[in-house]
Design a protein around this ligand. Structure first.
Ligand code: ZN
Length: 274
């Protein structure tokens, strides 16, 4: 199984590495973005059949040496370091996505970085600043596997800084990185299952006793043969259906049968809100 080391750049206490103050006076630390995106990337990679090792899960700033050591010890196949960029001190117009590799990297590392750069820019619709080479980024230089550092937008660009604070943008960055890794390894990328799945497949209730409300009305419909359920007597009712029956009941559609409910309620000593 291919093992990917994920490095959430910096720590919460790292000096600098934050946005200028937003209009409301708050700031966002770079590590907030890096940490959240690392978690999303971990989920995305596992979903796509990769194994994952988080090399900087601590809140404080894990030393670069420790991060690299963990990846080397785990014999990871690739190392991904997640960052957000900065230019100058205040807000300015520098923007876009860039990926970094060690300047003596081989063709495989370059291809992995290009795949990641392509997919992150496609997913985020930000400017593609390309793949760049560096001789002095520690995590690129001392890792013994392919290593790519991704700068997912500028903390010093107001538009991108606001995006960097949002969970949906963080997710898009993570899915983009995951897609790039899938491209490189020839894995067919699997996206996250859409969240509305629950809405499209509402819970079904089989027995009257299981219903959270509307039991008396449904029981009356059964007693009078209006509702028969499926072969095994399972009702297969959604709560939307129960509500419709209750509305029809209040509208007097089953008026003749209301006596049945009242009679039953009297027997059991309960009152009916008719
Ligand atoms: Zn950084």
């Amino acid at each position: 199984m291919t093992l990917i080391a994920i490095d959430a750049g910096h720590g919460m206490d790292t000096p600098g590495k934050r946005t200028p103050p937003f209009a409301d006076g708050t700031i966002m630390k770079e590590n907030e973005f890096n940490e959240a995106t690392a978690q999303y990337l971990s989920e995305a990679l596992k979903r796509n059949g990769f194994a994952v090792v988080l090399v900087a899960p601590e809140k404080e700033d894990t030393p670069l040496k420790t991060r690299v050591q963990r990846a080397n010890d785990a014999k990871a196949d690739a190392y991904i370091s997640i960052h957000a960029n900065a230019y100058g001190n205040g807000w300015n117009s520098a923007n876009g996505i860039e990926s970094w590799i060690y300047d003596k990297s081989n063709a495989d590392t370059l291809r992995l970085a290009e795949d990641i750069e392509k997919e992150v820019t496609a997913m985020t619709k930000r400017r593609d600043r390309g793949v760049k080479r560096s001789s002095d980024l520690y995590v690129l230089r001392y890792t013994s596997m392919m290593a790519v550092l991704v700068e997912c937008g500028f903390l010093t660009n107001l538009e991108e800084a606001l995006l960097l604070t949002s969970q949906s943008y963080r997710k898009n960055c993570a899915e983009g990185i995951c897609k790039g890794i899938c491209d490189y390894y020839g894995v067919a990328y699997t996206a996250e299952k859409p969240q509305q799945q629950e809405d499209c497949c509402p819970k079904r209730y089989e027995k009257v006793q299981q219903l959270p409300y509307g039991r008396e009305v449904i029981q009356m419909l059964i007693d009078n043969g209006f509702l028969q359920g499926e072969e095994k007597g399972n009702l297969n009712l959604t709560l939307d259906m129960v509500r419709i029956f209750m509305v029809l009941y209040r509208a007097g559609v089953f008026e003749k049968e209301q006596k049945t409910i009242s009679a039953k309620s009297k027997k059991s000593g309960k009152k009916t809100k008719a």
